[in-house]
Design a protein around this ligand. Structure first.
Ligand code: AMP
Length: 120
């Protein structure tokens, strides 16, 4: 998709630090890591978010994610897989991506605001 930064990464028009790649998916290091291991996993085809992705793509992604975790050495120690969806989900890049975070014991927190009930 034109003007999509992650489509440009897929097309190698923008450089990235690739961890794993196949015909359908790409895994690369997040440019602003939030954990010792912080990888972004994306389908090469453009979908705006999880809300748009076909189930078959999710199914195909499962072994790819597992392989990335094994390759990065976090499969046994554990990791977190997150996808932010839309404005309230905190999504900044409009090409679906899964954050694979690990390499340390991760904290847990949902709300960036002080109100733990959120603003719904
Ligand atoms: P999100 O807020 O879920 O949309 O996450 C977007 C992520 O993309 C952030 O963690 C950014 O650090 C990361 N990011 C943005 N541009 C790049 C890039 N060119 N290469 C690698 N990671 C990027």
């Amino acid at each position: 998709m034109e003007d999509c930064i992650f489509c440009k990464i897929v097309a190698k028009e923008i450089p990235s630090d690739i961890v794993l790649e196949n015909s359908e998916f790409l895994a690369f290091h997040d440019i602003n890591p939030k954990a010792p291991v912080h990888i972004l996993i994306i389908p090469k085809s453009h979908y705006d978010s999880f809300q748009d992705i076909p189930p078959v793509v999710m199914a195909n992604m499962t072994p790819f994610v597992q392989e990335v975790a094994t390759k990065l050495g976090v499969a046994k120690s554990g990791y977190r897989l997150i996808t932010n969806i839309g404005k309230n989900g905190g999504q900044e890049v409009g090409h679906i991506h899964f954050h694979l975070l690990g390499g340390a014991k991760l904290k847990w927190g949902h709300f960036s605001d002080s109100n733990p009930q959120g603003n719904l």
